[in-house]
Design a protein around this ligand. Sequence first.
Ligand code: DAH
Length: 339
Amino acid sequence: MINKIESLLKETKEFSPKNPTEIEEFRIKMLGKKGAVTEIFEEFKTIPGEKKKEFGQKINALKNAVQQKIEEIKNSLTASYDYEKMDDPSRPGNNAPIGSRHPISLVKNEIIEIFTRLGYTVADGPEIEDDWHVFSALNFPPEHPARDMQDTFFIEKDPDVLLRTHTSSIQVRVMETQQPPIRVICPGRVFRNEAISARAHCIFHQVEGLYIDENVTFADLKQSILYFAKDLFGEDATIRLRPSYFPFTEPSAEVDVSCNLCGGKGCAVCKGSGWLEIMGCGMVDPNVLESCGIDSNKYSGFAFGMGIERISMLKYGVRDLRLYFENDLRFLRQFDSVI
Ligand code: DAH
């Protein structure tokens, strides 16, 4: 019996498991119902009285040694790395910090998503443009103030190379290369020589829309914009169109949506009017169609353009335009999203 105890002690000392399963096997082998240590306790009953003390101490020492060993190994394994976690593929993984989308991207994606549902495709164009695509093809008279150095960042003069001041330039590029039916949405960055403030910036984002086919009417324009406004601002949203002027559309209108903050009753954001201005629009001027090689007798169409920052400010209640460009995480973290 002494020999048995000695050899079990030796085995315990030398025991070095490779994984938690081996520790458990060892525990059962030693301390389980039919385990080696348990068996020795059984044998102990047959030991004559005068030897009981000596044997009792040895057996207890063995049992303690086994328990201590198991504890030690378990502790060292969890201290070096979490063995149990590694071993269980069904456990949830560690939380990796993920970023969130920029509010401008969120709104841009939402606008694209709404219009692609209506059959629009997305078109792109260059940020560095020429006079033709930004102004001349869009029916801007030569003396129009928007061409002034005040508004436009010129890179070169004669021939003019400039940063586009609106994404309407993309509609020109689309019309030059495609024949109707045309249904495109053109998101992009635009540049204007303006002082930076809470309400203006020299860089901002726009989405331009263009729809050209036979028999396109102002009613189609109004209905498309109403559908868009309801989708973006909620089913209760209504719109109103105010007459306006743009060189490239005739007639032209400014679109207001009912204020989503006060439900049209009037508040600080809508300055008591109950309406928020969201975009410009109109029927594409026949001069523009002809400039781009589209037969204005056969085709008609509408166009619209909106600022993404403005829509995002209204949607999320952002009061200062500069927040969009400062990359302050305290601001950006409020837009956690997976879209
Ligand atoms: N390009 C205009 C701007 O930058 C926005 C705009 C107004 C676009 C009316 C349009 C439109 O297509 O029809 O302010």
